[in-house]
Ligand binder design. Structure first.
Ligand code: NAD
Ligand code: UGA
Length: 440
């Protein structure tokens, strides 16, 4: 089978490689020349090593290629997956310009096509978008009817960056929303080699499942952060509390790590988009408001801790380690490093930032702060350091590195270091939800 994937981002490339590995011939169409060139030379345009390894293998075998020719790529394919970005507008609504543009290209192909094709929306879109906006663009542009002349499905993606390919190959579930049985059956068949549970729904339900999932994850994180902030003020270690709470299967252990808030291209955007949708129906979305309110404040918890420890941030040199929205990725979309650093600067601090992979992306967002080329260099002469992203290399920081600080204080903004090990290496350890025992 020939599969076309529109959009060579995290979702598009993971989908393309997944179908390539299942034995299909895949073409990934993207308007971004640099991404197309990267893919055709077997390179991932973003840091995702396991995906890149398989991508490179499939490109060499001739099973996967990228192209700027969206129409030509879609023309030859039985399935067309739309995986373009749907970022937040300032109102919280999603920006569907790329989705519409991709749909217009597909419509042109459908117009001239004699075969039955299945169009699958994989981008995250608010309920009704596929059945209204996408359907209308496809029908008007092709002069054909969805359901009768072509299939239309909504197949949300649940992968996490950092494990994109594994999550695509072994998804927790596959949701197949379809306009009718024919295209739903066709998509079921395409996914049949993957044994995960398959849930069949209509288009709007599939869209809503994606939001219900991401909102729950975001809610869990804001809950963990709220508990941790209270624990800190009580001098209780929140990890002990949350690990014990998570033993209850009704609560569950995952996504209970407190930190500086959830970033990334999806959790913040999706909670905002659902809130906006709810508001448009005069429903206030109180929980969504609270989840976002906790998240907006959370980066400042690190400054709160540091002000307690240092007295003031005025002219204090603070090393910020980790600029991506989480460790092991170079994605800086909605990274909490932005409000964190802005808050530190507003309090009069001097910031030296370091990230193993994401610095070049981050410099575009904050060009005027100082950047170090290693964690060790960032720690030089610092009055404190804040771990903003859980990069494995920060676990290896020890006496040699901490001794370079003017004042060896570590604020673990992701709660992934072991307090006793940091203390053993000669630094004072504080964390979100953790205050050393003998502190007031
Ligand atoms: P991305 O920004 O990394 O990639 C999107 C790609 O689409 C870009 O390369 C862009 O050039 C291309 N594109 C835009 N318009 C196009 C057009 N008209 N024709 C061809 N190509 C076009 O996006 P992403 O992170 O992969 O996310 C894609 C969608 O999937 C979003 O809706 C997102 O919410 C959702 N999603 C993302 C993730 C994730 O982890 N990143 C996980 C699940 C769902
Ligand atoms: C998230 C979801 O986990 C995916 O299931 C979903 O498909 C994806 O969004 C999407 O729709 O795009 P991702 O953006 O890769 O995946 O990031 P996560 O691993 O969920 O982390 C998001 C943020 O939450 C990060 O800033 C991370 O540091 C933070 N986080 C995560 C916590 O603060 N505590 C936790 O326990 C877990």
């Amino acid at each position: 089978m020939r599969v076309c994937v529109i959009g060579a981002g995290y979702v598009g490339l993971a989908t393309a490689v997944m179908f390539g590995k299942l034995g299909h011939e895949v073409v990934c169409a993207d308007v971004d020349e640099r991404r197309v060139r990267a893919v055709n030379s077997g390179k991932s345009p973003f840091y995702e090593p396991p995906l890149e390894k398989e991508l490179s293998r499939l490109v060499k075998k001739g099973m996967l290629k990228a192209s700027k020719d969206v129409l030509g790529s879609a023309r030859e394919s039985a399935f067309i997956f739309i995986c373009v970005q749907t970022p937040s507008l300032s109102s919280g609504r999603i920006d569907i310009r790329a989705l519409k543009a991709a749909s217009r290209s597909v419509a042109k192909v459908l117009r001239k096509s004699e075969d039955y094709k299945v169009v699958v929306v994989k981008s995250t879109v608010v309920p009704s978008t596929t059945d209204t906006v996408v359907r209308e663009v496809l029908e008007v542009g092709s002069k054909k009817t969805a359901g009768r002349d072509f299939g239309l499905c909504m197949n949300p993606e649940f992968l996490q960056e950092g494990s994109a390919l594994k999550d695509s190959m072994e998804p927790t579930r596959i949701v197949i929303g379809a306009i009718d049985k024919r295209c739903g059956n066709a998509l079921m068949k395409l996914y049949s080699p993957i044994s995960s549970d398959k849930i069949r729904t209509d288009l709007r339900t599939a869209e809503m499942i994606k939001y219900a999932s991401n909102v729950f994850l975001a809610t869990k994180i804001s809950y963990a952060n709220e508990m941790a902030n209270i624990c800190y003020r009580l001098g209780i270690d929140s990890d002990v509390v949350l690990n014990a709470a998570g033993k209850d299967p009704r609560i569950g252990p995952l996504f209970l790590k407190p930190g500086l808030g959830f970033g990334g291209s999806c959790l913040p955007k999706d909670v905002k988009a659902l809130r906006q949708k709810a508001r448009s129906m005069q429903y206030p979305g109180r929980l969504l408001n609270a989840v976002l309110a906790v998240n907006d404040e959370q980066p400042f918890e690190a400054s709160f801790i540091l002000k307690e420890v240092l007295g003031t941030l005025e002219r204090r040199r603070i090393a910020v380690l980790g600029l991506s929205f989480k460790g092991n990725v170079d994605d800086v979309r909605e990274t909490r490093a932005i409000p964190l650093i802005a808050g530190l600067l507003a309090s009069g601090a001097e910031v030296v930032a370091y990230d193993p992979m994401a610095a070049s992306n981050f410099i575009e967002l904050m060009p005027t702060i100082m950047y170090a080329s290693s964690a060790k260099e960032a720690l030089d002469g610092a009055d404190a350091c804040i771990i903003q992203a859980d990069w494995p290399e920060f676990k290896r920081l020890g006496r040699k590195e901490f001794s370079r600080m003017r004042n060896p204080v570590v604020v673990d903004g992701r709660r992934f270091l072991v307090p006793a090990e940091v203390e053993k290496a000669g630094a004072r350890y504080y964390g979100i939800g953790y205050k050393p025992a003998n502190e007031p």
